[in-house]
Design a protein around this ligand. Structure first.
Ligand code: FE2
Length: 377
């Protein structure tokens, strides 16, 4: 079923004026980021030396697009976007996506992160030439402006980019998988990351940015292959990961469902508690995901989970509460010494800041309860 293009329809009462103070409207939470001792160095992965310099952009204390709430920048600033696509086969993006991309440099981030679904594939009626045209559209509207601004771009592959689903050992979306490999391995499309291990790029890989270790896994389906999970453990146990000030993991599907219409098996990761246990074991601070098209900052056990909102088509309602669906971009300011992560999430229809207090205190996902990250339990 084709996704429907919607523009500027969602004007909820869920946002507050942009100038109304800082931390009160941002989420702030600190968690233990102490690195644990690496496992046997013989079995830990050997990181290659980072090869890229950090983007050389000017720094101000609270950079933000003109007229929008301007949070104080942390030691590291990330801007998170997710789920950019429109109808199947689309080579263009809705206005909110283009606007957000145009605004990115004004936040002066150290890194742009994307939770996946950058194009609108996963439709086997699309010809290889049409899939390639989608990625050309992505390059024109999304990647090229980000490269031009010299912003490193970390991303995870979504089900509409190149679903990893297979049957009888054969990929169900082989053309999508081939296209994503071709696009991302073209030197012209270099995402400007300090790769630690790009052996599985663009499906699973690690990189470092400003003393933060990032791990991307292939959560384009609900099952992460066991061989890949072994790689995840080895990567997180590595010296590069454990010496970093903070560890962040990113994948398209969340561990726990948060939105209506997505609370069915296949729309969140299988065996979430076990996967969460792996991330907790290696002191991953936050797992960032997309796919559910609804912003929800949460925690469970020792792990924080940042469910990125949608920027393209199809905002969804959360499973709990009654706030209107919205399109969002989240600015993450990180204080490295205290592991504070401060979120400022903008509604991209109104350009105002989302008040986290309007979000439900907890969500009962089919596979467990997750709690809003500022609520202690
Ligand atoms: Fe998705």
């Amino acid at each position: 079923m084709a996704l429907k293009r919607r523009q500027l329809l969602i004007l909820g009462g869920l946002v507050l004026g942009g100038g109304l103070g800082g931390a009160a409207f941002s989420g702030i939470l600190s968690r233990n980021s102490q690195a644990i001792a690496p496992t046997d160095p013989k079995t830990a992965s050997t990181p290659s030396k980072p090869v890229k310099a950090t983007a050389t952009i000017s720094r101000s204390q609270n950079p933000a697009p003109k007229g929008m709430f301007a949070p104080t920048r942390g030691d590291v600033r990330i801007v998170l976007i997710s789920d950019l696509n429109s109808a199947y086969g689309s080579t263009d993006y809705i206005d909110q996506v283009k606007q957000a991309i145009a605004l990115l440099p004004d936040w002066e981030p150290d890194l742009v992160l994307c939770g996946g679904d950058m194009v609108a594939g996963q439709d086997n009626s699309l010809k290889p030439s049409e899939i390639e045209a989608m990625w050309q559209g992505f390059d024109k509207h999304i990647a090229a402006p980000i490269r031009k601004a010299k912003l490193p771009f970390g991303f995870t592959i979504g089900n509409h980019d190149a679903s990893g689903s297979s049957f009888g050992g054969k990929s169900n979306f082989e053309n999508d998988r081939k296209a994503v490999i071709k696009y991302w391995n073209d030197p012209k499309h270099d995402p400007n990351l300090n790769f630690v291990d790009r052996g599985g790029f663009p499906f699973y890989y690690t990189f470092e940015q400003n003393d933060i270790f990032f791990l991307t896994w292939d959560a384009s389906t609900s099952e992460i292959p066991s061989a890949q999970l072994k790689w995840v453990e080895k990567s997180l146990a590595s010296e590069a990961a454990q010496k970093a000030k903070l560890r962040i993991a990113i994948g398209h599907l969340p561990l726990y469902a948060v939105s209506k219409g997505r609370a069915t098996a296949g729309n969140y990761l299988d065996d979430a508690d076990r996967l969460r246990g792996i991330l907790e074991k290696y002191n991953v601070h936050t797992y960032v995901s997309g796919h559910h098209h609804a912003y929800y900052p949460a925690h469970k056990g020792k792990l924080e989970m940042l469910h990125a909102g949608v920027l393209g088509d199809g905002p969804r309602r959360l499973l709990s509460g009654d706030i209107a669906p919205s399109r969002t971009v989240t600015v993450i300011d990180i204080k490295l010494e205290t592991s504070e992560t401060i979120y400022t999430t903008y509604d991209m229809n109104t350009l105002k800041v989302v008040d986290p207090n309007t979000l439900p205190r907890y969500i009962d996902a089919p596979n467990g309860r997750i709690t809003r990250r500022d609520i202690k339990i």
